[in-house]
Design a protein around this ligand. Sequence first.
Ligand code: ZN
Length: 266
Amino acid sequence: MELFELGLLTARDGDQVRGRELLGEAFKMESMAADSVAADHALEPTRSVLHRSAASIALKIGDIINAKRYTEAGLSGDPPEEIREELAKLREQISVLEAEVKDYRRRPPRGLTPVQQVIREFTSAAPVDIVGLAEALGISVREAKLNAEISGEIFPDLLKGGASGYSIRVNASHAFVRRRFTVAHELAHFLRHRNRIENRLVDDRMYRSRLGNTVEGEAQRLAADLLMPRELIRQFRARGIDSPEELATKFNVSLQAMRIRLGIKE
Ligand SMILES: [Zn+2]
């Protein structure tokens, strides 16, 4: 695992390209080790441990095909319970990421995609667990000391990023409901504008960024959809909970955000 750690440290010190190369080399070594015991099903836990290492390094460098291959091969043996659980978790993360990279233009999937399923699962009760949703989609979420004029940011993060390789940092000094909105907003960028994030996408206090107003408007609308699903609002109103104040409390959002959502003019 030394190469793996060296790769992560190199990335942390600012050289993402070299860090990625080192992780690529680490993957080669781990995959060779796993291949050498692949046929030996009696060799547990070594066999599943080596497959898990190869799979998780592959996932870290975005090699979803190999991540899947080593996860499935690991599960096909007889891993101890703990390793089996880790492999099952890897498989779940892979299925979400795989859905992200597939091209559905020719043959659209029937029903919801895995990403839509995850979103639906997390947006079916209020308040929405927005951090849980981001993490389920493979993004690491952290609070950070940021300039007071910055709401948050999203960036590819080899060192600490989740399974997707991305991290979101939110301004720790902002109010709780605002931090939740920032997570939703950055998550919206991940879902809609990932190819434009590049090295880093930073949102100021007003949720403005280098991507301009049209793109920011899209992110704001999707953030509102994630935090305040219309169907859930409808259900609360049907039960007589319909003042902006009560709904803002139920959804754990600011009164201002809920008023905008309900279409109330200032
Ligand atoms: Zn933004």
